[in-house]
Write a protein that binds this ligand. Structure first.
Ligand SMILES: Cc1cc2nc3c(=O)[nH]c(=O)nc-3n(C[C@H](O)[C@H](O)[C@H](O)COP(=O)(O)O)c2cc1C
Length: 204
């Protein structure tokens, strides 16, 4: 698939077939994310992949955390987003490292990685949706991830990368998003968009 096909035809997919993905497929998607540009080449993303039982537990954490919150209109889509994550065979939770304290450059790096994964998945015949509704339950998810434990297991790997770069180790910090991933079971129409004219200002 060429780049224009991927950009023009990718859609958010909110219905998935009950069909598992191979580890190789998931790794291909993650690898596309890991090839994104990043501020100072500091690779400010961490990917946590959930399937099966661990995914079910993640969704339970989201739903229970959400139940406890006072509700505002902005939250109207959250329950549906958790249902989508429940239905998709794979959920990738994307975190940002907090080396520089969560500044905009780091968020941009992580967003580039997410977009790479969405486009790569589409090119493989897979569907995705980028889910921010997990942010309502960020603390519950971060507790559930037990990041310190996970990262201590990878410490040598981080040390190696960071030592070569001559900098401090960047540990995982804020949650950025989740990505639902699986075989699409719908073919949604394109959402209406603002035109290029509406969003572009030419300075000539
Ligand atoms: C930052 C971001 C957050 C999003 N969060 C959610 C979400 O929580 N739940 C959801 O169903 N869709 C979510 N979406 C998907 C958007 O609704 C979708 O991209 C938009 O409607 C355009 O449709 P398209 O992706 O099919 O082009 C999000 C997209 C972005 C970029």
């Amino acid at each position: 698939m060429n780049i224009d096909d991927a950009i023009h035809n990718r859609r958010s997919i909110r219905k998935y077939k009950d069909k598992p993905l191979s580890k190789e497929q998931i790794v291909e998607v993650l690898d596309a994310g890991n090839r994104a540009p990043s501020a100072k080449n500091r690779v400010q993303w961490r990917f946590h992949v959930f399937q099966g039982e661990t995914k079910a537990k993640l969704i339970q954490v989201c739903r229970e955390g959400f139940e406890k919150l006072p509700k505002i209109p902005l939250m109207a889509s959250a329950a549906n987003s958790y249902n989508i994550m429940d239905q998709a065979p794979v959920v990738i939770v994307v975190l940002q490292t907090c080396e520089w304290g969560g500044i905009s450059a780091e968020i941009q790096s992580v967003s580039a990685a997410i977009q790479n994964m969405l486009l790569k998945a589409h090119s493989m015949g897979l569907g995705t949706v980028w889910i921010n509704d997990v942010l309502f339950v960020e603390n519950a998810i971060l507790d559930f991830l037990d990041i310190e434990k996970v990262e201590s297991e990878f410490k040598e790997m981080f040390l190696d990368f960071d030592k070569k770069a001559g900098i401090e180790i960047g540990y995982s910090g804020p949650l950025i998003a989740a990505i639902a991933l699986g075989y699409p079971d719908e073919d949604p129409k394109r959402d209406p968009r603002k035109t290029l004219e509406e969003v572009t200002f030419w300075h000539e």
